[in-house]
Design a protein around this ligand. Structure first.
Ligand SMILES: *Cc1c(COP(=O)(O)O)cnc(C)c1O
Length: 360
């Protein structure tokens, strides 16, 4: 029996990267594969995308080094730079590109003993206030990096949009893009700005390089929409099975905390997936689950290894019946919205005990 499987569809991944290339015909693409490729499997995703992209982007040096160790030869950008000076020689050894977002990092690069220069992307803060040189710091950081023998010339410039997915902040996003171009015009090297939302909604943000993450996986960055609205296909299908089917009487209190009471005599199914697999415990009563070809609602609190569904009074489903928690049949965007979170969190929270199966 399939207990719980994250099925990864390589054909969907290739479909999505082709779609992205149509949207950004002029730009180079760095596929964002941080956090185990958003829970989809780092090597599987990187190897599948390698022929279609110009490079990759990672959050941690460990992710980037393991891609190199597994034979990825294209540029790999460290989006947050590095966390300690000892990492600089590793960046050189592994031939990584690094963002440089503060003066401590500049100093570490200046002081490192390297055989040759490393490729740096100076990160500027255009409004998120997370990482990057503030407007007051830009000039000095740029001069220091441009004068540093350990930095390849020309110096690249990178930033990140904080509200490209937020319609109510349209003006703030436009202001960030404006400021990016004004500041970046002083740099001789390549520019890199757009995330998924920028790629889909803000062509002006495309620049030399783009960094798609969530749309690679067929998921929409915009609330109230799904990847299908943009011609994308979900790459992950989270599948399971019924491990028990039982009749309960009207008034039966189901699960921990008696969080659901049967409104009539009915049949409930027990699905072999819980929050210990990454299915969110915050899923409220009524969250849709695909069972045996139709949608049924969850009932009661999600447990660590199981969850309940109300199959309905006349249900004839048997133990072993197939279940889909999310995928083409049940958009993960919809589950996330019901749980008060974003689909990014759901897919990257898939737990190691979940079986990963590749198709396509
Ligand atoms: C995660 C990340 C991305 C990708 O964002 P998506 O919304 O998934 O496309 C791009 N750039 C940076 C700096 C990131 O941290």
């Amino acid at each position: 029996m399939n207990v719980v499987t994250a099925q990864i569809d390589k054909a969907a991944l290739i479909h999505n990267i082709r779609k992205i290339k149509e949207l950004v015909p002029q730009a180079k693409i760095a596929a964002v594969v941080k956090a185990n490729a958003y829970g989809h499997g780092l090597y599987l995703v990187a190897n599948t995308l390698d022929p279609y992209v110009d490079g990759f982007a990672a959050a941690r040096i460990s992710e980037a080094m393991s891609l190199r160790d597994r034979g990825i030869k294209k540029p790999i950008i460290l989006l947050e730079g590095f966390y300690e000076p000892n990492d600089v020689p590793l960046i050189a050894k592994y031939d990584l590109d690094t963002a440089v977002h503060d003066m401590e990092q500049v100093e570490a690069i200046e002081q490192a003993e390297l055989d040759g220069p490393i490729k740096c992307w100076m990160k500027i803060d255009i409004g998120m206030h997370r990482l990057g040189a503030s407007p007051e710091e830009v000039a000095e950081m740029k001069i220091r990096l441009e004068q540093c023998v350990n930095v390849q010339k020309p110096l690249g410039v990178i930033s990140h949009l904080s509200v490209a997915d937020t319609p109510s902040e349209y003006d703030y996003n436009a202001q960030q893009i404006d400021y990016f171009f004004k500041t970046a015009s002083g740099f001789a090297g390549e520019k890199c700005l757009a995330n998924s939302a920028g790629i889909l909604k803000w062509p002006v943000s495309h620049t030399d390089w783009v960094r798609p993450g969530i749309i690679l996986y067929g998921i929409s960055p915009f609330a109230g929409t799904t990847g299908a609205d943009f011609g994308l296909q979900p790459v992950m299908t989270l599948k399971s099975s019924l491990i028990a089917v039982r009749r309960v009487k009207r008034g039966a209190k189901v699960g921990y905390g008696a969080a659901w009471t049967a409104p009539e005599d009915t049949v409930i199914g027990i699905v072999a997936t819980g929050y210990g697999d990454g299915y969110p415990r915050t899923a409220p009563n009524g969250t849709p689950v695909w069972v045996n070809g139709r949608m049924v609602p969850t009932a009661g609190h999600v447990c660590m290894d199981m969850l309940f569904v109300n199959l309905g009074p006349g249900a004839a489903d048997q133990v072993g019946a197939p279940v889909i928690l999310w995928g083409k049949e049940v958009p993960v965007e919809k589950i996330a919205a019901l749980c008060g979170t974003i689909p990014y969190e759901l897919v990257c929270r898939i737990m190691p005990r979940v079986n990963v199966e590749c198709v396509g």
